[in-house]
Design a protein around this ligand. Structure first.
Ligand code: MRU
Length: 356
């Protein structure tokens, strides 16, 4: 089934009609079940982010923005100080759900900025401004993804083979996505790419989400296990690698889904350009290098048990399950943002972006 528009307009995160709940498409049930969840309290919002029901750095930020607005409405306070104290409690709680994607704290800090900049206003007025801000975060993401897709499309040509890792498409963002954005935009313009999607162990975002999005949009997609990236590169089938990002340090070191750095190392060996695509909200100038980025460690059961009918390792076997890794800046050909394409030296080109 080919329905490009349906995929690029997927309704993954939104506010309910009355603005009192957040509605998300449950990404853990895809591709087999389309289920929407309605989130109305702090625990439900935390759980949705922690369990990856909503996932992908920009989508997490959008959900957190809507989420803190929903929670702010439930605060019972007579004074600004009481309101702010409760707001910060909710903010810190949501912020602790996942540590690596900076978009989470970026969106929550933006919302807090609205509260602190409007101390003199009434609480109903502050709530109104918070609603405008969370809607703006979402609107801006749509524009950023479109701009990233336009820039990314200039890097490839019709018929190219592209390898991607994890999922950085419409489900993880808004509209076109980041790493997959140029492919959807190109398709809209009559171009055809041959995409190889890493399945992305252990949570299979590539298999469950990327191949689902591309297949539904009528884009030629071939699913491979993560350890097959080398052979498709050696076969000469890959002209470029496109991946998303969860946090980019000032020197260009990039945190993205576990396995990304291995793809970058292979790409360098085979002389294939390796592009990171993401909004400037994913750049964290407080991190000088990748060593400053906290890597989320997840439950070993995701490796041993999840998706298997029975455990695939003995109970006593130890597991190390980092959800992200750092791709060294030296392996990255360019970083594609909504403000333009950064080339090495990233220290300079990234800084220049923020002065544009
Ligand atoms: O653990 P996930 O599924 O949230 O990880 C997602 C990724 O690593 C994506 O590549 C990244 O967030 C960019 S999404 C545009």
């Amino acid at each position: 089934m080919c329905n490009l528009n349906e995929v690029t307009h997927i309704d993954n995160v939104r506010l309910s009609e009355d603005g009192k709940k957040v509605i998300i498409l449950n990404q853990t049930r895809l591709p087999n079940v389309t289920e929407y969840l309605t989130l109305g309290n702090a625990e439900e919002l935390y759980d949705a982010i922690f369990e990856l029901k909503v996932r992908g750095a920009p989508a997490i930020g959008i959900c957190a923005g809507y989420g803190i607005y929903v929670l702010a409405q439930s605060i019972n306070a007579d004074t600004y100080d009481e309101f702010y104290k409760e707001f910060v409690k909710h903010k810190d709680y949501l912020n602790s759900s996942r540590p690596t994607a900076v978009n989470l704290s970026w969106a929550l800090n933006r919302m807090e900025g609205i509260v602190t900049a409007n101390k003199e206003k009434t609480i109903p007025d502050i709530l109104k401004l918070l609603e405008e801000e969370c809607r703006a975060i979402h609107e801006e993401d749509i524009k950023m993804c479109t701009a990233i897709s336009e820039y990314g499309l200039t890097l490839i040509k019709d018929g190219d083979g592209i390898l991607t890792h994890c999922n950085a498409g419409p489900l993880a963002t808004s509209r076109y996505g980041t790493a997959l954005g140029p492919l959807f935009l190109g398709k809209e313009r009559g171009m055809n790419f041959k995409v190889f999607a890493d399945e992305t162990r252990p949570l299979l975002q590539g298999a469950r989400l990327t191949s689902y999005e591309l297949e539904k949009a009528g884009i030629d997609v071939t699913l491979i296990c993560d350890n097959m990236a080398g052979i498709v590169m050696k076969n000469g089938w890959i002209k470029a690698c496109f991946v998303g990002c969860d946090r980019i340090a000032a020197n260009g070191d990039t945190a993205n889904k576990i396995g990304t750095s291995g793809v970058a190392i292979l790409a360098q060996y085979y002389g294939i350009p390796f592009y990171v695509l993401g909004p400037t909200s994913t750049i964290d100038l407080n991190c000088q290098t990748g060593r400053d980025i906290e890597i989320e460690l997840r439950d070993p059961k995701e490796i041993k048990e999840k998706f298997y009918r029975e455990p695939m390792a003995l109970k006593e076997v130890k597991c190390y399950n980092p959800a992200f890794d750092i791709t060294d800046y030296s392996l990255i050909t360019a970083i594609v943002t909504e403000k333009g394409i950064c080339y090495p030296p990233f220290q300079d080109s990234i800084r220049a972006l923020f002065h544009k």
